[in-house]
Design a protein around this ligand. Structure first.
Ligand code: MG
Length: 159
């Protein structure tokens, strides 16, 4: 069996009057993430981790933020599509681990629901998805609540 790992990172600005989509669900929040799609940093980082593991470039290469067909698009579609691209090359997802960094809202109560939404998109069990969250201790752009970021790693395998 061949194994590969990949790393993903994403950041989006936070602004009042926008929805906050994270891990495929919409969270109650005064500020939301701004982007061409629904600006779900967690899913974007996951897509890049998976694409990186399979050496298939990055999310911007496949779903350009200049392309009007992706404007306002739900990021769940990207993750499903990335999983399909990997499958076409013979890869299956083994597990993913991610960390979200933001000051507000508290993420922990929402993690079970995120896992439930993300698992079928990657054809894996909720047991194979780890989502962690941390604040940035009030430091920098995350600390000032100007942005949110996410890191993800993914392990994929091929027989
Ligand atoms: Mg993004």
């Amino acid at each position: 069996m061949k194994l590969r790992i990949g790393l993903g990172f994403d950041v989006h600005p936070l602004q009042a009057g926008h929805d906050l989509w994270l891990g495929g669900i919409k969270l109650p929040s005064e500020k939301g993430a701004v982007g061409h799609s629904d600006a779900d940093v967690l899913i974007h980082a996951l897509c890049d981790a998976l694409l990186g593991a399979a050496n298939l470039r990055d999310i911007g290469f496949h779903f350009s933020n200049k392309d009007p067909q992706w404007k306002g698009k739900g990021s769940k579609h990207f993750l499903k599509e990335v999983t399909r691209m990997l499958f076409q090359k013979g890869w299956k997802v083994e597990n993913v681990d991610c960390t979200l960094t933001l000051e507000n809202p508290k993420i922990n109560p929402h993690i079970p629901e995120m896992k439930k939404v993300l698992a079928p998109l990657m054809n894996i069990s909720e047991e194979d998805i780890s989502i962690k969250a941390t604040t940035n201790e009030k430091l920098g752009y995350v600390g000032r609540e100007e942005g949110v970021n996410a890191l993800a790693v993914a392990l994929i395998s091929k027989m």
